[in-house]
Design a protein around this ligand. Sequence first.
Ligand code: F6R
Length: 271
Amino acid sequence: MLRLNLLEETRSEKSVVNVYSNQETASKSVAKRIATLIQKKQSIGKKTVLGLATGATPIYVYLELIRLHKEEGLSFKDVVTFNLDEYYPMQPDAKQSYVSFMNTNLFDHIDIDRENIHIPNGTLNENEVAEFCLAYERKITSYGGLDLQILGIGRTGHIGFNEPGSAPNSSTRLVMLSDITRRDALRDFGDKKDVPTKAITMGVGTIFKAKQIILMAWNKKKASIIKKAVEGELSSEVPATFLQLSENVEFVLDEDAASELTHLMVLKKSK
Ligand code: F6R
């Protein structure tokens, strides 16, 4: 693993960037950190509050957490989770829902108390959404805030579903999905007309309040947006750039996703 101390001539000095040879090793290391946090808090009788993401990116983290539960006795009894987002409208039992995703990829295989799971509700009437979003924020606060938020990144630079134009202090709310994001969702929905146009998402501000934030990205197709997120000017056009302002953010990348970072290129040239 390369720990990159970011070069002075870029804006990215504040963000820690860790590059792994592949997503499996990177994911194992993230899962290990989550497990250590859970066990540390358990040992002092405290709950761990995790912010979770869906999509392709965290799949291996969840697989490893399941393995740690089944083979090494990691318990999720004292874990409370808040998912970043859900499509709107969306029925929880639909196969594309983030409720189904989380059940299939994590919750059905661990000993978490179902009452401790929180995922934005895609079944509300529009006039109920604002109150739901406020309550979601209050609930996170009532547990003492998120201990650790894991994130993927969309090709638009979204985190959660905070698409370009999102404000740094935005909170949980109903948003419109960008065309690129809806096209990327075709792998789950098949037909563009079936991809929801909206979603309920935690805000950039909600994410920002987490005590630790780990943004993961794999593959070449994430390389250019990762370069923007890590090195680019702060801009609501690439909401992930706001993470540069946090002292608690770490970018965990595979070599392909990191391949356009100036630092990596400089290191390669100097080898
Ligand atoms: C998912 C989420 C999104 C994804 C992003 C990347 O809950 O909030 O921001 O993390 O769209 O998706 P994948 O991982 O499928 O490339």
